[in-house]
Structures are given as C-alpha cells and as structure tokens.
Design a protein around this ligand. Structure first.
Ligand SMILES: N[C@@H](CCC(=O)N[C@@H](CS)C(=O)NCC(=O)O)C(=O)O
Length: 284
C-alpha cells in the first residue's frame, strides 16, 4: 500500500502512527506530497477531490482518504486489539477524543492562515483569536478529562499527533500550567510510533500571485468604494493594498460615514489588520 503523506501534517502523522501501532507500517510505502489550496497538487486531486493528504492507495488500487477513514480501514486489516474500540463506552470516548483532536488541528491551521500564511494585509486578528480560543478551551477540557495513563486507541493517537503539530508550529503553548495534559503528552511521545514519525518541513505554497490576490480581494473592492465615496479618482493601476491606500489618508476627524455601514465595518477590519490607530470618525 502507498500512503500519500506530508511530513508536517497532523492528519497524515495520525494515520502513520496508527499504522505503526498495529504493526502495518512496513506494508506502507510513505510518499511525501505538498498540498495547499494555493498550490494545486494534481496527483492528489486525481485521487481525492478535496486535494488533501493523507491518501491511502490500497493494494487493489482503491484510494481511501481522510485520516479517519484511513485509520478505520487499517484497523480492519489486523486481528490484534483494535484502535477503534468495539466496546461502546470505550469506543465513544476514543471517537470523542479523535473529534477534539480534529477540531484542534482544523483550528490550528486556521490560526496559521491568520498569523503567517495569508498576505499580511488580509490577515484578520479577531478570526485568529476566535480560532485560538477553541484550542485553549480544548486544552482546558483535556486537562480536566484525560485519564492519567494514555490508553492506546485512535483518540489518544489523534490527540498526541495534533498536540505535537501545535507544538511543532508554535501555535499555542499548551503545556504551560496544564500538568496533567503535559505529562500525558510527554508519556505518549515516548512511544516508538511517535519517535519514528517526527514532524518536519515547511509548508510549500508561496503563491507568486499573492499581491495580485490582495488586489482582487473584497477588502480592496471595499477600499475602492470608500475612495470613490470620498471623491477620489481611482486610477486603473492603483496599488490596491489596503495599507497603500490608507497611508496617505490624513487622520482627520472630519471624515464621516454612517455607523454600521459597509465602509465603517471595512475600516474597522482594516485598522485591526494593519494595527493602525483610530484616526477616523464617523456619524453616530
Ligand atoms: N479531514 C482531513 C484533513 C486533511 C488535511 O487538511 N490535510 C492538509 C495537510 S495538513 C492538506 O492536505 N491541505 C491541503 C488543502 O487544504 O488544500 C483528514 O483528516 O485527512
């Protein structure tokens, strides 16, 4: 079988750790792929219409994708103790933990978009904060609810691989002031499956058209509206980056627009994105 993998993906690592734990790792040829909505990987799209890894190519050529589905598939290939427990109480605990892990990884990726992956001018700090708060709340939940000794099931594997990615990408210092979670995580990381699958590598998706994308963004269109409303003539080749537009605008108190209007909301977002002071006033 082939596992189309990514050395810096929490989801891919979950599938590979699961394979190690059930003794199937040596049946996998692990092939690294870069994937990103900004850099299409046609080989992955041909197998998974979502363009994401991990993807497992089974011995009969069938493509299985989504890490949850891959783990379930692999778990069906062995006769040992199942990673997805059969006994209901244990099963739903494991699946719940897997769901928390998936949510944390999804939120962590969203945080990274708003921290470093989007062009700077279109990052949105409130969205970053909202996604980060999900991770904080999930870690608090785990600190309260995780058992002392990590059990070996899909929930623990998912949590450990997600936490390792959060640590690897420096998304959130989850170990600080959470002794239970920290000791749980440290113990799980000692497993051979974790030692054999350390995360490494950088996201490869720098889009050469990032600046053009900013020029095409809805935010830029709103800036255009705003300039027109203020009587500016918009040159056809205006540098559409919001900071270029705002920089020459004097911070005067006599610039008015209706409270709650599209312009008002756009400028509030722009001020947050650009970290500039509130030099604008509006009608109350
Ligand atoms: N729910 C999926 C998520 C997979 C996923 O988001 N993979 C990332 C790598 S960490 C990816 O390939 N992203 C490419 C994209 O979003 O286009 C799973 O569990 O497998």
């Amino acid at each position: 079988m082939k596992l189309l993998y990514q050395t810096h993906s929490p989801y891919a690592r979950k599938a590979l750790v699961a394979a190690h734990e059930i003794g199937l790792a040596d049946r996998l040829e692990v092939i690294h792929h870069e994937t990103s909505p900004l850099l299409r990987n046609d080989e992955i799209f041909a197998l998974n219409p979502l363009g994401k890894v991990p993807v497992l190519i089974c011995d009969d050529g069938a493509a299985v994708f989504d890490s949850n589905v891959i783990c379930e598939y692999l778990d069906g290939l062995h006769t040992g103790r199942k990673l997805i427990p059969v006994e209901p109480a244990h099963r739903y605990l494991a699946l719940r933990n897997q769901a928390i892990a998936t949510g944390m990884a999804d939120a962590g990726i969203a945080v990274r978009w708003e921290t470093e992956r989007r062009p700077e001018a279109v990052r949105w700090a409130p969205l970053r904060e909202g996604q980060l708060q999900k991770i904080v709340a999930a870690c608090d939940f785990l600190e309260q609810h995780l058992e002392e000794e990590p059990s070996l099931d899909i929930g623990s594997i998912a949590l450990a691989t997600t936490l390792s990615w959060i640590e690897f990408r420096d998304v959130y210092a989850f170990q600080a002031s959470r002794p239970r979670l920290s000791s749980w995580y440290t113990r799980f990381c000692e497993r051979q499956s974790m030692q054999a699958t350390a995360l490494h590598g950088d996201t490869v998706d720098t889009s050469p058209s990032a600046d053009a994308d900013v020029r095409q963004s809805p935010m830029a269109a709103i800036c255009g509206d705003w300039l027109s409303l203020r009587g500016h003539v918009i040159p056809s080749r205006l540098a559409w980056r919001p900071d270029d537009i705002l920089r020459p605008v004097p911070a005067k108190q006599d610039t008015h627009w209706p409270s709650g209007s599209r312009i008002d909301r756009a400028l509030a977002s722009l001020r947050l994105c650009l970290g500039i002071g509130d030099g604008f006033s509006r009608k109350q």
